[in-house]
Ligand binder design. Structure first.
Ligand SMILES: [Zn+2]
Length: 362
């Protein structure tokens, strides 16, 4: 007799946890990280931590020392605090002793990564800015002053069961991209991700990840010593993977699929993440993230005891009450899990005459 689907999924996640446990524990870098103070983690590679005004209260940016200046990887969200910290870094002997800014490379379009690009580019007008094509496209769409991409989410929210009053709340409270991101400079260059990049005296292989954002850039040094991971592989937390209008409708599949590109990272590689502490042990973290998502998929399947809208899955998926903009992000994540399960044939969905989509066991 075949085991129930939720039991099968649970078995898969147990196997993945087992695979994780067979790999050496993560070794966290012992660097003492202070906001606004660059700290060298590998030769010529400096972590600069900036504060964020969210529960996730910081971001790690990276400065790569060139023979005659600096390459900057990501920039922070647009706040006065970030402006003040950048002003002090740019004026510091640490920075000026090695020349000026040479280029900015952005891992992806999220405000904590791209937010200060426009402001920095005004200070250094000759400096080229590089992004992947997929990230530049969505950054442009979200920045368009003629559009309100939050309000454009209403049909998706209604289809997935958000009550009209909650939808209005979300439109009123979800942050707008333009308030967190300075207008991008004209002439952002599209990165050729088929080529190695020469940055900070090293050659880097681009690794594209999908699912968290459309064409997220990570960079692995050719000698395998350092991986600048962006948000794609993080310690302790997993990146938000959500369905948005106009974007990837099966982002969890895309994320897990491209996560495989991180399986063969050497065991000794130091991962420099955009959040939390750098560490060695990428392969183990990849197995952990896989097991985590497989477990969440099992939770969603177990909760599906009758035809249900994505909104009705939120208590099972999160185990706590979501408030304000958390509902918008949480619903996007719920739809991502449901669409994944539908794409592998474990759930089916249909839209009723009132336009409400419900999922049920296949
Ligand atoms: Zn991100």
């Amino acid at each position: 007799m075949t085991a129930p689907i939720s039991a099968q999924v649970q078995t898969i996640s147990q196997e993945l946890w087992q695979r994780r446990d067979n790999l050496p524990a993560l070794q966290y870098h012992q660097a003492d990280i202070t906001e606004g103070v660059p700290v060298e983690l590998a030769e010529g590679i400096f972590l600069l931590r900036l504060p964020l005004p969210f529960a996730l209260n910081h971001i790690n940016l990276y400065l790569l020392r060139e023979a005659d200046g600096w390459t900057l990887i990501d920039t922070g969200i647009s706040t006065q605090t970030a402006r003040d910290l950048w002003d002090s870094v740019f004026a510091s002997p640490f920075f000026t002793a090695h020349g000026s800014l040479k280029r900015i490379v952005v891992t992806h379009h999220h405000p904590d990564h791209v937010g200060m690009v426009g402001w920095i580019a005004e200070k250094f007008p000759e400096v080229p800015v590089y992004m992947t094509a997929g990230e530049l496209e969505v950054a442009g769409r979200y920045s368009d002053p003629k559009r309100d991409v939050v309000a454009e989410r209403t049909p998706l929210w209604i289809e997935h069961g958000i009550p009209a009053a909650v939808s209005t709340e979300l439109i009123n409270h979800m942050p707008r991209y333009g308030t967190q991101v300075c207008a991008l400079p004209i002439g952002v260059r599209v990165l050729d991700t088929s080529q190695h990049l020469e940055l900070g005296g090293r050659r880097w292989k681009p690794i594209i990840g999908r699912g968290h954002s459309p064409e997220h850039l990570s960079l692995l040094s050719e000698d395998g010593k350092v991986l600048i991971g962006g948000d794609q592989v993080l310690p302790k937390i997993t990146p938000n993977i959500a369905v948005w209008p106009g974007g990837d409708q099966n982002p969890l599949y895309s994320y897990l699929d491209t996560l495989r590109r991180f399986e063969d990272i050497p065991a000794s590689t130091l991962l420099l993440p955009s959040h939390k502490q750098p560490f060695v042990g990428v392969a183990r973290r990849v197995e952990e993230i896989r097991a985590h998502h497989e477990e969440r998929l099992g939770v969603v399947l177990s909760a599906c005891t009758r035809p249900m809208s994505a909104y009705e899955f939120l208590p099972a998926l999160f185990g706590r009450e979501l408030r304000n903009e958390q509902i918008g992000f949480g619903l996007g994540e719920a739809i991502a899990h449901l669409n994944y399960l539908e794409s592998v044939g474990l759930l089916a969905s249909a839209v009723d005459a009132a336009g409400l989509r419900r999922f049920e066991r296949h």
